[in-house]
Design a protein around this ligand. Structure first.
Ligand code: PMP
Length: 290
């Protein structure tokens, strides 16, 4: 059986899930999305993802024509119909089909689709040995231009930085604000560990409010570590004892090198490894059962 996609109100085969060339999600990146995981038939923190989706939609004046709890039911149905015990789910809401102009009022109903698929992670080796990253020249969108706290379909800023990563031969790129502060990577939040303190950039600088980031801060507190949302220059990150990234898809992944600078001792640090373990345990026992 092929993949079934929830597409504007019903489940269709993958090859029949087609979007109009007049959809403003495609023409202008006008819409919002979410990436959600399930582990062992449990959806991890679904309400957080729904809240972020609906808050993002509101921030771009897009009214989702579906109640939040119904959307969550559709997410679970999409996972179940595809018989996935462990899934990566993509929820997309676009402005809908309009004309060639920008005017969102010309769009009819928003398009809603949900894809549940298997999971593609970074290679296992990178979790075991740590990942090298680069610092991108491309600066993060300024929040007053396009707020990165909105998980919008317009990811070109991130993609430009990711292209720099690919050219540098690494998997991720760290993005800075226009003022040169550390913000986040192209698809993950970033943490620096110094002593018993975790530091991660505050979202107001232009980072997505990561759901994994928040979970890791909770886990760290349970381990007696303190965390702060901060403003940090790259130098402070390069001098940290440990560094790691967090994201729904990546989970917790160690960073051991940033461009030419080795972080700490060049191998995944103890706190990072403890948090990787704790996050695995959390995701295996918490979550909405289906
Ligand atoms: N920053 C960006 C730009 C992202 O796309 C993601 C992935 N959604 C994250 C951070 C991590 O957020 P989360 O832990 O909620 O997946």
């Amino acid at each position: 059986m092929g993949l079934k996609i929830f597409f504007n109100g019903s489940f269709v085969d993958k090859q029949d899930a087609r979007i109009s060339v007049f959809d403003h999600g495609l023409l202008y990146g006008d819409g919002v999305f979410e990436g959600i995981r399930s582990y062992n038939r449990r959806v991890f923190r679904p309400e957080k993802h729904m809240d972020r989706l609906y808050e993002g939609a509101e921030a771009i004046s897009l009214e989702i024509p579906m109640e939040k709890d119904v959307m969550l039911e559709r997410v679970v149905e999409t996972i179940k119909i595809n018989q996935l015990d462990n899934a990566y789910v993509r929820v997309v809401v676009t402005r809908g089909v309009g004309d060639l102009g920008l005017d969102p009022r010309k769009c009819g109903e928003p398009s809603i689709f949900i894809i549940a698929d298997g999971i593609k992670l970074y290679p296992e080796k990178l979790y075991a040995e740590g990942m090298p990253i680069t610092i991108a020249e491309t600066r993060r969108n300024h929040p007053s231009a396009l707020d990165p706290r909105v998980k919008s379909l317009n990811y070109l800023n991130n993609i430009m930085a990711r292209i720099e990563a690919i050219r540098a031969g690494v998997e991720e790129a760290l993005m800075l604000t226009v003022d040169g502060y550390v913000v986040e990577c192209t698809g993950d939040n970033i943490f620096a560990v110094t002593g018993n303190v975790l530091r991660t950039p505050r979202s107001e600088l232009g980072a997505l409010k990561g759901i994994t980031q928040e979970a890791v801060i909770e886990l760290a507190a349970g381990m007696g570590l303190s965390s702060e949302y901060c403003d940090m220059k790259p130098g402070e990150l390069l001098d940290a004892d440990e560094c790691f990234l967090t994201g729904t898809a990546a989970e917790v992944i160690p960073v051991v090198k940033i461009d030419d600078k080795v972080i700490g001792s060049g191998v995944p640090g103890k706190i990072t490894k403890d948090l990787m373990r704790a996050y695995k345990e959390l995701t295996s026992k918490e979550g909405l059962k289906y």
